[in-house]
Ligand binder design. Structure first.
Ligand SMILES: NC(=O)c1ccc[n+]([C@@H]2O[C@H](COP(=O)([O-])OP(=O)(O)OC[C@H]3O[C@@H](n4cnc5c(N)ncnc54)[C@H](O)[C@@H]3O)[C@@H](O)[C@H]2O)c1
Length: 229
């Protein structure tokens, strides 16, 4: 990529999309070249050609189609949308032509990435685990993408995440998660709180800058970008 990285945001009229547009416009070396959203009358297919990177914050129904549009256009895509099975897209990404990368990020908050990493590390020593995730009451999916990803990482380290993952939905919340590990006579709680959507923006910018250099065509987690820094 020469010059500024051209970025199109899908879901640009939504809560996360609008905040991302502001952050991209304010960032050095990035240029916001499109805002796709049905409520703005702009389809992603109409503006994808203006993008080096697409950032998707839409809905579980819309995101898979948007990712396919990006793969067909051979454009990198960062998927912030949660609540859908992204594994079928792994094969599509791996078979897709060109060098387009798909980066799925269940949580862009760096503190949340660290919370997941610390919880997985702790579960090696305290394997009995409960997860409580708390979000605003307009969130469509439950449990959250972050909670599911945390459970995967903990299971990968031999931990036993008790079912169900607990989901709290209330006005006033943004995005919060507590991982509680229990052992004889003790508990360890690891908690992260996003109290403002700005918490996600440094991670969005890191992902936009790093996605084109990822070694694999399909990657899950911001960790891959943080480890490149
Ligand atoms: N990964 C993270 O760190 C993170 C953080 C917060 C929220 N999220 C997720 O991001 C997603 C969006 O959240 P939100 O709170 O901004 O939702 P929102 O409802 O405020 O916004 C979604 C927007 O997508 C638009 N949209 C629908 N179909 C579309 C399409 N085909 N193309 C383009 N735009 C389309 C809608 O019109 C709407 O404006 C959710 O899945 C949420 O769980 C992820």
């Amino acid at each position: 990529m020469n010059g500024a990285v051209r970025v199109v945001v899908a879901g640009a009229a939504g809560r996360m999309g609008a905040t991302s547009c502001e952050a991209i416009e304010a960032a050095d070396g990035l240029e916001l070249t499109g805002r796709a959203d049905p409520s703005l009358g702009v389809e992603l297919a109409d503006v994808v050609a203006d993008a080096d990177v697409v950032v998707d914050f839409t809905t579980p129904d819309a995101a898979p189609g948007n990712i396919r549009i990006c793969l067909d256009a051979e454009t990198h895509v960062i998927v912030g949308t949660t609540g859908f099975d992204h594994e079928p897209l792994r094969l599509a990404a791996q078979q897709g032509g060109g060098g387009a990368r798909v980066l799925v990020v269940p949580n862009f908050a760096i503190g949340a990435v660290l919370m997941m990493r610390f919880a997985a590390e702790a579960a090696r020593h305290m394997p009995e685990v409960e997860i409580i995730e708390l979000h605003h009451d307009r969130k469509l999916d439950a449990p959250s993408g972050t909670a599911k990803r945390t459970a995967e990482l903990i299971a990968g380290r031999g931990g036993n995440v008790h079912e169900p993952i607990h989901s709290v939905r209330l006005p006033g919340l943004v995005a919060h998660q507590e991982v509680i590990l229990g052992g004889p006579g003790q508990t360890l709680s690891i908690r992260h709180d996003s109290i403002d959507r700005m918490s996600f923006m440094p991670g969005v910018l890191i992902a936009v800058r790093a996605v084109g250099s990822l070694p694999d065509r399909f990657t899950v987690g911001l960790e891959a970008c943080l480890d490149q820094e």
